[in-house]
Ligand binder design. Structure first.
Ligand SMILES: Nc1nc2c(ncn2[C@@H]2O[C@H](COP(=O)(O)OP(=O)(O)OP(=O)(O)O)[C@@H](O)[C@H]2O)c(=O)[nH]1
Length: 222
């Protein structure tokens, strides 16, 4: 059966969750991504037809279904289908115990309620534990998590959980500041509203001075 129904059945049989912000890479077989993309294309074409758009004669929308399917599957929702990025870790040989911050990192995500962009910036603060990791890997993990449909609170927690699990720091802070197009482009149409999510773990939760130091370090990076 070459359809996404076979993939959903596989996930059901394995008892796996496949919510919008879950990653399902470990349940996919070779070729499944092409099956998903082809089926999404068919359904986007049906949406265009339901919107009474003449894609056969309108040169602007002729290839829109194909473009949108590729964008969803290979770009903006790729974090659902791709395996987690590898993290290069080094032993913390010199016993580094100081805070470092990384940011701003671009937030490019999608609101799972209206499937429109959620964009902004985020910062990560780390007090290392036994491992020191390549800082670009924080960005790779962040992009992998964010490129799924989300609500911001869950995205921030999911990123913090993943980083905590993979780098086992003494302290971890994740701050996400994002604008939601579902509140700008439509709906309440508030153009300047920003949602801020703060996650403080380990030393950042327990030590107010460390938290303040982190906030001071990032405060001039709007
Ligand atoms: N908590 C939270 N809410 C979000 C996020 N993104 C969007 N929302 C809200 O989710 C809600 C969606 O619920 P509905 O009331 O069913 O959607 P709607 O009728 O289109 O609502 P309006 O946007 O008010 O027009 C809206 O209030 C959105 O503003 C997010 O990341 N976190």
């Amino acid at each position: 059966m070459s359809s996404t129904q076979a993939i959903r059945e596989r996930l059901h049989d394995a008892g796996a969750s496949f919510a919008a912000n879950d990653n399902i890479a470990e349940y996919l077989l070779p070729g499944d991504i092409d099956v998903i993309q082809a089926e999404v294309e068919q359904h986007v074409q049906a949406v265009l037809e339901a919107l009474v758009i003449d894609t056969s004669r309108d040169h602007n929308t002729k290839a829109t279904a194909k473009r949108v399917a590729r964008m969803y599957v290979r770009e903006v929702f790729a974090g659902r289908f791709e395996s987690a990025p590898e993290i290069t870790g080094f032993p913390n040989a010199s016993g580094l115990n100081e805070l470092y911050t990384l940011g701003p990192i671009a937030v490019r995500s999608t609101c799972s309620h209206h499937l429109v962009p959620m964009t902004g910036r985020m910062w990560v603060g780390v007090v290392p534990g036994e491992k020191v990791i390549g800082i670009s890997k924080l960005v790779r993990v962040a992009n992998w998590i964010m490129s799924r449909p989300h609500i911001q609170e869950e995205a921030a927690v999911m990123l913090a959980d993943e980083l905590e699990r993979r780098i086992q720091p003494k302290g971890l802070a994740v701050i996400v500041r994002a604008q939601h197009q579902c509140m700008i482009w439509r709906g309440v149409r508030e153009t300047d509203t920003i949602m801020i999510t703060n996650i403080m773990r380990g030393a950042f939760r327990d030590d107010r001075t460390l938290r303040s130091e982190f906030m001071a370090l990032i405060k001039d990076q709007p």
